[in-house]
Design a protein around this ligand. Sequence first.
Ligand SMILES: Cc1cc2nc3c(=O)[nH]c(=O)nc-3n(C[C@H](O)[C@H](O)[C@H](O)COP(=O)(O)OP(=O)(O)OC[C@H]3O[C@@H](n4cnc5c(N)ncnc54)[C@H](O)[C@@H]3O)c2cc1C
Length: 670
Amino acid sequence: MSRIGLSGLCHESGTQAPGAGAQAKPVLKRTSLRGLPGLDLFLVRLLLCCALGAWAASPALGGALVLLEAEQFAQLGGWVVDQQFMDEMGSPYLLAHGLGEPVRDAETTAQFPAPGNYRVWVRTRDWVAPWKAPGAPGRFKVLVDGKPLGTTFGTEGAEWHWQDGGTVKVGQEAKVALHDLTGFEGRCDAIVFASDSAFRPPNDRVALAAFRRQALGLPAAPEDGGKYDLVVVGGGIAGTCAALAAARLGLRVALLQDRPVLGGNSSSEVRVWLNGGINLPPYPRIGDIVAELEPRPRPHPGTLPLADSEDDQRRLALVRSEKNITLLLEQRVNGVESADGAVRAVVTQHIRTARRLRLSARWFADCTGDAAVGALAGADFDMTRQQHMGPSNLWNVQDAGRPEPFPKCECEDTNAVNMAFAATTGAAPFPRCSWAVDLRDKNFPGRQRAGSWEAKEPLSKLGVWYWESGFDRDPITEVERVRDLNFRAMYGAWDTLKNVDKLYPNYKLSWAAYIAGKRESRRLLGEVVLTGDSFRTNQVFPDACFPCTWTIDLHTPDPAFDKGQEGAEFISKASFGKYPAPYWAPYRCLYSRNISNLFMAGRDISVTHEALGPVRVMRTCGCMGEVVGMAAALCRQHDCNPRGVYELHLDELKGLMSRGVGCQTPKVVP
Ligand SMILES: Cc1cc2nc3c(=O)[nH]c(=O)nc-3n(C[C@H](O)[C@H](O)[C@H](O)COP(=O)(O)OP(=O)(O)OC[C@H]3O[C@@H](n4cnc5c(N)ncnc54)[C@H](O)[C@@H]3O)c2cc1C
């Protein structure tokens, strides 16, 4: 039986070379859908298109339409591309992540099929409305040929929707700009100009996706992205190690990553440091690739930017130097084709151009952290719904009179931190944030209350790992809300320190991750599901293959700070369960029990919530990736599936584990 799991919808076709999507420069997409008789017919056709899996002829519309996708603007200015929630809300969008300082305008040029009056619709939302918080901080204007439309956007609606921008008169061409008013996380998905003032762009997810594809002139089926031995989805430490290991063993590998950098949580965009032991007996070569990705292990660099940015470049260079790897950056996998209990192909969407590619392979590795491929393919998975670990958005502050040099980001559109502010020796005022979490009468780490542990080096307590939320929220469908709660907590804390406690007059928010650092979501189920007891009792497996040294590190809301924040806690407390380390975990956690050709590595492997505690640290995830790459090579050599490696070729896997696939001399990292 075949099955198609798509979080988007219709397929597209075409002849673009696989690498082209990754290299594509932002292009203004403009479309006129002329002569539609009415919206209802339009939607019927859109839905028909979805049912048939292809777009028919251009429908006859009663007017002209121009769709501008914000992420396709020619210049992004200070806005950043946020793709994290596109499976839920329908598209990557632009975010004005200015930490309270309005960001530079994003600009593009729109071509119109005919001069005249157009009704404008802007897809946006008031991001604090879910909390019924006042003030609509994400306000922005749309400028057409330098003139602002009357509407201020981002001021209404908790949900993504089309906000009415009134009517504007344009010529054949117009300059369109997004003008941020606040620097407080305003967001714009797209703009529609409609000559028919009665036209309403669709809000329904399915109809909206078809509308976009039609309006952008994209083919109905995905373009051919090539055929590979192994497709690795997710370019965190786990996925990068899996791709490198398999490529060095001769496999033709595609590595797909939805950001412009590799490293996942350890990239300069999230800035988590690597932990976990590598190069340990009896397999001291396991971890060699991890060591190549991190030649200078650092204990706690905190949120300092420079080294992380260097690591981004090193990882990209290392992967690009491997001739067997096709690296596709800014590609989000949101579709899977499967048949007879196996994945046949993945469909990926470029986060700027929206072009889609279909990549087929014999084996796949889900290294997305969220088990995105497995979930689309119908793989068995587990997910803790309540009291799980949540995401963090790390942040820091600095003396505005002594700014640090900023790293050059790999993304060409903007720098990673989006805040090249001018040095000043004067005061750095910060506005009141009535819409943020109200912390005026609350304690929080970094607030100096007499006698509390927070009083020592208070600035170092701000924005670190325990600023974590979303413990009871769905880590897939509610993650935008969770990320936004992290923002509200950060802004509330800084407002309190600056404007209530009257501290740090020369300091300002320096950096904050807008990419959420996730800890826990779906865990794919393999033939062994590792538990906390496996660690505590030192359960021995014949297929032991990657070393775990981190404690059973689990986070829950910190009772010292949760009063008044029940259900929306944002400070965590860790417990550190002990076991005899190193503990070698089994290979059978690294492949799906019901999708025959699906490997996994990273935090989405086959463990319980408790066993996620020790396995999730990144050097350990990298070791899993190395083993997956080796096992994939054996799959090809013996024309078998991951299970076959366990059943028939385990000794050969152990042989590869003994030899390793790294280029460095072994070393021990505690
Ligand atoms: C604040 C914080 C502190 C932590 N502290 C530590 C620590 O001290 N040491 C340590 O080692 N670990 C730490 N961790 C845990 C660790 O960061 C994660 O467990 C680890 O990053 C998991 O690695 P991964 O490769 O599985 O996933 P990730 O690092 O999440 O990487 C997965 C990548 O896949 C991409 N992706 C996701 N979906 C798709 C898709 N559909 N298509 C294409 N690409 C996709 C993502 O953008 C991401 O870049 C911490 C985590 C957080 C959040």
